[in-house]
Design a protein around this ligand. Structure first.
Ligand code: AMP
Ligand code: MG
Length: 396
């Protein structure tokens, strides 16, 4: 990630969602600052031969869809409108969505026949041959699990499968959690790079890639768009964002959603980097007066307790895979330990919103984070303001 001088488009990062058929963590869309009213977003189901999304007045092509249990979007800077090739950009965007579908079919723990599910089903048995994509993401997942001392752990799903975070859900019993806890442990994920195989050592173990898969998909799709001739774009999957290149020569702006919304707590200019948010605020249920949110401490099998949980963590890293996994890890570590971890870890920066709405910003971001202006009581809602950033977008 390279912070840079000018500021351009803003994308808003919110919290991702992985359970199927529930769309929580709606990312708030921020209007394009330079363009007069943006056209309605184009739904882009990947398997249909729909018309290409139009090139907008500002030279971008935008489309969104529902995949991986969340909303995903692609915004491509296609060049000055007079010269941009709408058909080529539209085709690239559709291929990008198709690629996301393909990755979801490999990596979803919610699809019974997915490659990941088959690997889990074979736990305790023979090693399974893996696609290069699944091998790559599991390898990095294992490395980050080790680096975070198991705060991020793809085998959390052994116990995570007991939990549902849909509204009205109830926690599993302490006995059920204790019984599954021995199935959690990244050390038992065996990967053989020579044979290209993977294995979970204990029967009953299960893998879940909800905290890394969307970031990985953002990276893969970004590379696809570059290969198709569109090096300037933002790919966003339920709050996991990769911003490549620039928009009209200026960095992309990624806004951090206020956990108590609407508005943003700040915005980060990004060129070739990833910004990801994890939080406890959009995917949770309340039971007997207590809140249970979807990020699980793999050491206990229970959601991160409110005493140490941030409201949200936004993490900046060079790629989406790392940003996604480390962001979840920082959320598990909690406000103080997570902040210290990120501060000490080269290549990671965080903005943490505490339960008291305090902002904790690591040193590498302090001069980069664009804070919203204080609210101006004289400015009526909806009025536009001058400024490098879309000020409407950063108003609290
Ligand atoms: P994220 O939104 O990236 O923080 O990912 C949260 C999702 O990752 C959850 O909904 C679970 O599917 C999964 N998850 C929860 N806790 C963990 C954990 N400690 N390690 C790895 N994945 C987790
Ligand atoms: Mg994550």
């Amino acid at each position: 990630m390279r912070p840079a001088a000018g500021l351009a488009f803003m994308v808003l990062v919110s919290v991702a969602c992985n359970e199927p058929a529930s769309r929580q963590g709606e990312a708030e869309r921020v209007p394009e600052p330079a363009a007069a009213p943006a056209p309605a977003p184009v739904r882009a189901p990947p398997h249909t031969g729909e018309e290409s999304p139009p090139i907008r007045k500002d030279g971008t092509v935008y489309a969104e869809s529902e995949l991986m249990g969340t909303r995903v979007s692609i915004n491509v800077w296609a060049g000055p409108p007079a010269t941009a090739d709408a058909a080529a950009a539209g085709l690239a965007v559709r291929e990008a969505f198709a690629e996301m579908v393909r990755l979801e079919e490999i990596m979803s723990e919610w699809q019974r026949g997915s490659e990941l599910s088959r690997l889990s089903d074979a736990a305790g048995g023979a090693p399974q041959r893996l696609s290069p994509e699944l091998f790559a993401v599991l390898k990095r997942a294992r490395e980050i699990a080790e680096d975070t001392d198991g705060a991020f752990d793809p085998t959390f799903h052994g116990v995570g499968q007991l939990w549902s975070f849909k509204p009205g859900a109830a926690p599993p019993s302490a006995e059920a959690i204790a019984a599954k806890l021995s199935l959690v442990g990244w050390q038992a994920l065996e990967l053989d790079p020579v044979a290209g195989t993977g294995r979970l050592a204990k029967p009953g173990m299960k893998l879940g890639l909800g905290a890394i898969g969307k970031g990985y998909a953002a990276d893969v799709v970004s590379q696809l768009l570059v290969r198709k001739g569109f090096p300037n774009h933002v790919v966003e999957l339920g709050g996991d964002t990769y911003a490549a290149g620039r928009k009209d020569g200026k960095p992309w702006m990624v806004g951090i959603q206020r956990p108590d919304g609407p508005g943003v707590v700040g915005a980060i200019p990004v060129t070739d980097g990833s910004v990801v948010t994890s939080g406890d605020y959009q995917r949770f249920f309340e039971y007997e007066g207590k809140r249970y949110a979807h990020i699980i401490d793999p050491k206990t099998g229970w959601p991160v307790p409110a005493e140490r949980s941030p409201k949200s963590v936004t993490l900046v890293a060079k790629n989406g895979t790392d940003a996604d996994a480390y962001c979840t890890a920082v959320a598990v570590m909690g406000v103080d330990a997570g902040f210290q971890f990120a501060e000490a870890h080269e290549g990671l920066e965080v903005v943490i919103v505490t339960q008291d709405d305090e902002l904790k910003v690591t040193s590498g971001l302090r001069d980069v984070l664009v804070l919203p202006p204080p609210p101006d009581p004289k400015t009526p809602p909806g009025a536009s303001r001058a400024g490098a950033v879309d000020r409407e977008a950063v108003l609290p």
